[in-house]
Design a protein around this ligand. Structure first.
Ligand code: URA
Length: 232
């Protein structure tokens, strides 16, 4: 939410009401700004204003950042007709203008960051900023030295013009590797493994830029990012 902000938008967002209901209530004098009744929907609210609505103060909570340990079966979308979404796992007020910074597939687990700070999420997800995302990958076929080297140098994905950018690839087991990439193409890790004649069996994200998935979060749990993590 950006300030100044229209009163009807502010009330609708913070009281979680459709805009039409917020307007009707404002018209019947349910809102005050700094102690004065205001009935104009387009009154411009400033961040420091004290807004009361139906006897309760509406407080804008500002920029918020959450990390979630995403389970299988949830989609990274604000709403979905068929599947549960990661937002179903967050019990927080006023989530209407939140988004996922760097989505995961429905069958991928691990670190998802959810925020209402678009500039910040652009910084950590834009390939221009060279921020690595790290995945643990379990594969169907054994991981060869040659495929590790190809992943590091760059592979040709189907329907893409350029090779993938140089990645970090480390073998963890015969069928497991840690892969860090600084792009976010559609299904990128699965397509990279397909490009070296392998197949992803399980995929888990453990880190985005300097932010590591908190190992105390069980699958489906979340917490706010710390101030230090936001700065990372
Ligand atoms: N790459 C994929 O293929 N899937 C994900 O969920 C994330 C990266």
């Amino acid at each position: 939410m950006k300030f100044p902000c229209r009163l009807d938008k502010f009330v609708s967002h913070l009281a979680e009401l459709p805009r039409s209901k917020a307007r009707a209530a404002i018209k019947r004098q349910a809102a005050t700004v700094n102690g004065e009744v205001v009935t104009a929907f387009d009154f411009q609210v400033k961040q420091q204003d004290e807004i009361m609505f139906e006897g309760e103060q509406l407080v804008f909570l500002g920029k918020r950042y959450y990390m979630l340990n995403k389970p299988v079966g949830y989609v990274c979308a604000n709403s979905d007709e068929l599947h549960r979404t990661v937002f179903d796992l967050l019990d927080e007020p006023n989530m209407a203008d939140f988004h996922v910074a760097g989505r995961l597939d429905i069958d991928t687990t691990g670190l998802v960051i959810i925020t209402n700070d678009g500039d910040w999420s652009h910084k950590i997800t834009s390939p221009k900023n060279n921020k690595f995302k790290t995945y643990l990958v379990e594969t169907q076929e054994p991981i060869t030295d040659e495929s590790l080297e190809q992943l590091r140098v760059g592979v040709q994905l189907h329907n893409e013009k350029d090779l993938t950018r140089p990645a970090k690839a480390e073998r963890l087991a015969n069928f497991g590797l840690r892969l860090s990439i600084c792009e976010g193409k559609y299904h990128q890790v699965k397509r990279m493994l397909a490009a070296v004649d392998n197949k992803v069996v399980e995929l888990h994200r453990e880190q985005i830029a300097g932010i590591k998935l908190d190992e105390n979060l069980a699958s489906g749990e979340y917490r706010q990012l710390t101030v230090e993590e936001v700065k990372l």
